[in-house]
Design a protein around this ligand. Structure first.
Ligand SMILES: [Zn+2]
Length: 167
């Protein structure tokens, strides 16, 4: 099993991690995991509008696990890098098979960012702030296969299928 380790400063992951669309563990519809840490009583909550299932996250161990396989994630530990939310580790709602890989997005903002990235013609190393890429590290964290021109059409088609899953 390959385990990719990511830098804690990895902006790519932090930038979209305030909201996760996940498969509801009770009814399999689309549920949300939201960070309410701005509230007086900080809470990470999974809630489903379809079946009213709601669950607050309980941290069992401090620290963060970075891995590309959710098999390495322990319950109650913040875990980043796989196609699950960071807290409950429920499967992401926005996932599509593409180019022999699994393409995923945390939420609609993340999906649209990926779409804009792939859709940009002059994205390879020439991306400048006027094209809207204010943080190069964000793009440099994407896997190589995702950045290859030959995969562009397939990726855009997969992102379109993912967009249809948004309500
Ligand atoms: Zn539900």
């Amino acid at each position: 099993m390959t385990t990719d380790r990511f830098n804690v400063d990895d902006f790519y992951y932090w930038s979209f991690g305030d909201e996760f669309l996940v498969v509801c563990p009770k009814c399999s519809a689309c549920a949300k995991v939201l960070d309410f840490s701005g509230q007086p009583d900080p809470t990470i909550r999974l809630s489903c509008l379809h079946c009213s299932h709601s669950k607050d996250w309980e941290q069992l161990r401090p620290g963060v696990t970075f891995a590309s396989s959710s098999a390495l994630f322990d319950p109650g530990v913040i875990s980043i890098g796989s196609a699950v939310d960071w807290y409950f580790h429920e499967p992401l709602w926005l996932q599509e098979a593409c180019c022999g890989r699994n393409l995923w997005a945390y939420n609609s903002r993340h999906l649209h960012w990926l779409r804009d990235f792939v859709g940009a013609k002059l994205r390879e190393r020439t991306i400048s702030p006027e094209h809207g890429w204010s943080n190069q590290s964000l793009a440099s964290r994407l896997p190589k296969w995702f950045q290859e021109k030959s995969n562009r059409e397939a990726i855009l088609a997969a992102l379109k299928r993912m967009e249809q899953r948004l309500e």
